[in-house]
Design a protein around this ligand. Structure first.
Ligand SMILES: [Zn+2]
Length: 581
């Protein structure tokens, strides 16, 4: 027998428009949807689906009901089968039938995990061994009070846990099944979480079902989760959802962060609607779970390359579930945790407020990295944008995305639609230029000339006064120089195009343009002297004694002259280094 509250929960969670829409073509009409009635086979749109009430109704034959009755009437399912079918789609696990009134067979597991959670929390408060955990929390500016509200715990090394659990009457088989202890090869049993700070993981009914343990000090893995158990399926739960769901309904958005500490930090900063996946990439089930509680998800991950990859991967999963997806960007080098610590909750709220649509963010990044500057670059930008459009199932959003990508990549709509229909190649979510696989860029003075050229005026003008394309030895650099000067970047071959992107991605870094100009111009002024030096070095071994002396004397003069011209730079190492290095 399926408990009433589960039936209720599944019904609330179900996307009735999506489910009926699989077999009946529905069109929006105000806040409802209309289609041809599948029951009496009408030809007019007299069949209404009313998502607000979770029901359907036919104005002609008066068939009516909820999502369960739809399956029963359309497909002849019995009631429990219909409930299970809907539950499967919304990612809720219904325990297998256990007789008409039998207790939930998983009750001992819930009990064991709850008992363990209490015991772990007490260890964190009281145990001398937990000093490292308390110190660690302090270092992350989490007070013991906050840790206790969050239900945090500590799993000590040694056999204390096992002894305590047995003392409380818990059997080893249950502890094993709940994933709290592990069996070693020699048959002995040890606690799973040893020397770890523990975050309890709750299900939607706020029962603790598992733990995530962070190592204290050295060791692998950094985070260890409970294994899959009859009460814990990590792909189908989100960390903190049991609390965040209320905030999500109020705020009409969810904020998705990478880890437990980010969740803790945000909730302490007063943001309620925050959740995290459980140590893996976001799963389809988790996205479906979010979709039941909110129409909009803001991704708040690290802004480094791995963080961006995770961001866009999660974005595609969410788009598949018709969610609106935005990306909040944190200041360079900050994660949500450090940002709140360093700049306060207001800085975080600002970052969330400034979040932009996920596709727009992708385009921004590709643009910043120069992908749209060349024809081959636009081709590869397209390869990175197509998966996002393909993932987008909401027709309105999809149409909007198509328009945006057409504009950004300068491609016509029919061509883009053809691209979308063609079979997707190996999807790439890497937004870096992937240059290293193609060509190694020389870190020389030529590169600095180009970087200056790309800065635009007045530097472009100054560069053009001093050098021309033919002065550059490295062919891709020469091609980029020509392309920029002649405004013909579209015609660049693939390698120069990638070179261009890499240069755009690099930029001047921490250096000021005038600093770089001083460096490259000084180097150029010294060029004839350096050529003479090389010539002298070639002559010396062949010269007679007196000639040799003259050559060495001339060499000394050149060195002195070069030192005057480039007082700040080592001449010999100058080709490898960067300005000021
Ligand atoms: Zn009808």
């Amino acid at each position: 027998m399926i408990p009433d509250d589960v039936i209720e929960q599944v019904r609330d969670a179900a996307d009735i428009v999506g489910i009926i829409g699989e077999t009946v073509e529905l069109k929006r009409s105000g806040s409802d949807y209309r289609g041809r009635c599948p029951f009496h086979g009408g030809t007019h749109r007299n069949f209404a689906v009313i998502p607000k009430k979770g029901m359907f109704y036919c104005f002609v034959c008066h068939e009516a009901g909820d999502v369960y009755t739809f399956f029963m009437k359309r497909l002849g399912m019995d009631y429990p089968t219909a409930v299970r079918e809907v539950a499967r789609r919304v990612g809720i696990t219904i325990p297998e039938r256990s007789g008409p009134t039998g207790p939930d067979p998983r009750e001992p597991l819930f009990n064991a995990v709850a008992t363990a959670a209490d015991w772990y929390a007490r260890q964190l408060r009281e145990s001398p061994e937990a000093e490292s955990a308390r110190t660690y929390l302090e270092s992350r500016h989490v007070t013991m009070e906050q840790a206790q509200v969050g239900g945090l715990g500590f799993g000590p090394r040694g056999s204390g846990f096992l002894d305590a659990m047995k003392g409380l009457g818990l059997r080893e088989e249950v502890l094993l099944e709940a994933g709290l202890i592990v069996k070693r090869e020699d048959g002995s049993k040890v606690p799973r979480f040893r020397g770890r700070l523990l975050f309890p993981i709750h299900d939607l009914r706020s029962r603790v079902v598992a733990f995530s343990g962070r190592i204290l000090g050295e060791g692998e893995p950094k985070y260890l989760n409970s294994p899959e158990t009859p009460i814990f399926h990590k792909g189908q739960l989100l960390y903190n959802l049991h609390l965040a769901k209320h905030g999500m309904r109020k705020a009409e958005r969810a904020i998705l962060v990478e880890g437990q500490f980010d969740v803790l930090r945000l909730t302490l900063a007063g943001v309620e609607e925050v959740v995290a996946p459980l140590g893996t990439g976001l799963t389809d089930d988790q996205a479906a779970l979010l979709q039941r509680h909110t129409p909009h998800v803001i991704l708040l991950y690290d802004s480094d390359d791995p963080g961006l990859r995770a961001t866009f991967r999660a974005g595609d999963v969410l788009l598949r579930h018709k969610l609106r997806v935005s990306v909040a960007t944190l200041p360079e080098g900050e994660d949500p945790d450090t940002l709140v610590q360093n700049k306060g909750a207001a800085a975080l709220e600002q970052a969330i407020k400034d979040s932009v649509d996920v596709l727009e963010r992708k385009i921004q990044i590709l643009n910043r990295k120069g992908f749209f500057g060349t024809l081959p670059g636009r081709r590869r930008a397209l390869d990175r944008l197509l998966p996002t459009i393909r993932a987008t199932t909401d027709p309105v959003t999809r149409d909007f995305y198509i328009t945006q990508v057409c504009e950004a990549a300068k491609i016509g709509r029919p061509a883009l639609l053809r691209e979308l229909e063609s079979s997707p190649g190996a999807a790439t979510d890497d937004l870096s230029p992937e240059l290293s696989t193609v060509v190694q860029l020389p870190q020389n003075i030529e590169k600095w000339w180009l970087l200056l050229l790309l800065e635009g005026d007045p530097w472009r003008g100054k560069v053009l006064e001093r050098i021309k394309a033919a002065d550059l030895q490295f062919p891709p650099y020469r091609a980029v120089f020509t392309g920029v000067v002649a405004n013909s970047l579209d015609e660049l071959e693939p390698v120069p195009a990638r070179t261009y992107e890499a240069l755009r991605a690099t930029g001047l870094g921490p250096f000021l343009a005038d600093e770089v100009f001083e460096y490259v111009a000084g180097n150029l002024d010294g060029e004839p002297l350096k050529a003479e030096l090389r010539e002298i070095d070639r002559k010396i071994p062949l010269a007679t004694g007196q000639e040799q002396e003259q050559l060495v004397e001339r060499k000394r003069e050149i060195w002195n002259e070069l030192r005057v011209k480039q007082p700040r730079y080592k001449i010999t190492g100058g080709r490898k280094g960067a300005p000021g290095s």
